[in-house]
Design a protein around this ligand. Sequence first.
Ligand SMILES: *[C@@H]1O[C@H](CO)[C@@H](O)[C@H](O)[C@H]1NC(C)=O
Ligand SMILES: CC(=O)N[C@H]1CO[C@H](CO)[C@@H](O)[C@@H]1O
Length: 292
Amino acid sequence: MYLYYLIKILLFELLLRPAFCANIRAIYLFKDVLKSNTTSLTTSNFNSLIIFGVGILDDGSIMYYSNTPGSTDVKVASNGAYTGGAALAAKMQSLKAAGSSVTRLEISMNSQHVKELMAKPGPGTGTPLYKNFAALKTAWGLDAVNNDDESLYDVASTAAFAKMLGAVGYKYTGAPYTNAGFWKALIAQANAGRAEPDLLFDRAYLQCYDGGAGNDPSAWASSLGLKVVPLVWVTNDSKPSYGTTAAAAKTKFQGWKERGGVVGGGYWNDYDIEKMGLSYREYGDALGSVFP
Ligand SMILES: *[C@@H]1O[C@H](CO)[C@@H](O)[C@H](O)[C@H]1NC(C)=O
Ligand SMILES: CC(=O)N[C@H]1CO[C@H](CO)[C@@H](O)[C@@H]1O
């Protein structure tokens, strides 16, 4: 009898628990990846890295904006080819290499030029934009594109863009802090005709700091029809009132998990962790203890 229960529990733990137990542990990389402590970043319990500061130009080229003192902006894809250089590609590829806890790499971008380019020349496979995203995906080993739209909020063109990226082979995600109506409509259009685990828009990283400080992840999950990944801002000297220590983050994540509707948690951002002399490991382990 005892053995029977033991086997039953073991089977549950091994086979079923991973499916029930969501465990996204994310961090946004605001700092130039070439200047970050990626050794520490990839060995601190995070499984999802989101590279901030990617943007599109009017000809469909893709930029990586540095956001870091002493760094320069780099055109990373143009005319259908990767143009970001071997060192940057090697660094990106290293983030998911053997020994890393990271299994998913996303790039995060705003909505600039999306509407114009979806109108003309459109989302076709022969367009510079399509080819540039395909080249960048291969060069950097990317899994998803994260939409950090905080201004355009145009459902039709954004859904067309998301589907184009889906055709390239990306997943699509969002970083909402407000305008749940937009995100709900976008998710519905992007995921039309799809079901788990084949959703195109498969993650919503919900900003729960600054403009989104009052957000309730559980309520957002209900209105979006998709469980969310709440984000908090690490200790920072820019807006200290939104700064969250690793211990405080753990308490917040635990509370949100108990209320339901969340599938992990994450942080804004690596730059501040390094600038403030904080520990990736402590922040990663705070997530690990709530979302193992
Ligand atoms: C990266 O972080 C680790 C852990 O905090 C530290 O031991 C190491 O010296 C750092 N490396 C660099 C290059 O700053
Ligand atoms: C991501 C971000 O805005 N970080 C800021 C934290 O505070 C420092 C100091 O004010 C800024 O330089 C960073 O940009």
